[in-house]
Design a protein around this ligand. Structure first.
Ligand SMILES: N[C@@H](CCC(=O)N[C@@H](CS)C(=O)NCC(=O)O)C(=O)O
Length: 214
């Protein structure tokens, strides 16, 4: 049993999608970050960086004590190894998926986090920084579009944790005023992932959690 401690933001949704896709037994434990629940001592025990998402694996493969994992990229690798899904075993194929997970964590994730800020009032306060942020986001979309022109998915022919890591940030493209017509390969990939039943379920459950919180 995997406990997912999260809020349905783009980082949280990566793990919710993986859990739905893999079919592994799991429970969702909302951590409302706008109510500062990420600072609760019981959450900090598994996520010392006070950020969602984090998981608690109640039955780790080594038979030991329940294992906490934080950082969405590390969680995706952990769950892929545990379930044997969405990450190839072949070392070269595996590193192709890892490259794009790291690219998301180090590039797309922070850039889209900043774009969330600069789509609001902050853009008027600091137009230069906002412009830099949206230029970087456009550069990243172009890189993504190039890669998706070479294969159906980010790591090649198969859907992997690389796609699961990147999808939630791209799901914010309207909010970030990105014109998807400029990125036809991203658009094709985005529509295909959006229609996956597991992805729909993850977003429905996320919406229900937000609604319940009011
Ligand atoms: N690098 C982290 C980023 C996680 C992150 O930024 N989480 C945000 C929500 S998307 C959060 O928990 N924010 C709460 C806070 O800043 O206190 C990951 O990939 O897990």
């Amino acid at each position: 049993m995997i406990e997912l401690h999260y809020w349905p933001t783009s980082n949280g949704q990566k793990i919710a999608i993986f859990l739905e896709e893999s079919g592994i037994a799991h429970e969702l434990h909302p951590v409302n970050i706008s109510k500062k629940e990420q600072f609760r001592p019981e959450f900090l025990k598994i996520s010392p960086n006070n950020r969602i998402p984090a998981i608690l694996d109640r039955a780790p493969a080594n038979g030991g004590e329940p294992a906490g994992v934080f950082e969405s990229g590390a969680i995706l690798f952990y769950l892929a190894d545990k379930t044997g899904q969405f990450l190839p075993r072949d070392p070269v194929a595996r590193i192709r998926a890892m490259e794009w997970v790291f690219w998301q964590i180090g590039g797309l994730g922070p850039a889209s986090g900043q774009a969330n800020l600069y789509t609001g009032d902050m853009a008027a306060q600091n137009p230069g920084a906002a412009e830099r942020c949206f230029n970087e986001l456009a550069r990243l979309y172009k890189v993504l579009d190039g890669q998706l022109g070479r294969g159906a998915f980010l790591a090649g022919a198969d859907y992997s944790i690389a796609d699961i890591a990147c999808y939630p940030a791209i799901a914010n493209h309207e909010r970030h005023k990105v014109n998807m017509a400029d990125y036809p390969n991203v658009k094709r990939w985005f529509e295909a992932i959006k229609a996956r039943p597991a992805v729909l379920r993850a977003y429905e459950k996320g919406d229900a959690i937000r609604k319940a919180a009011g």
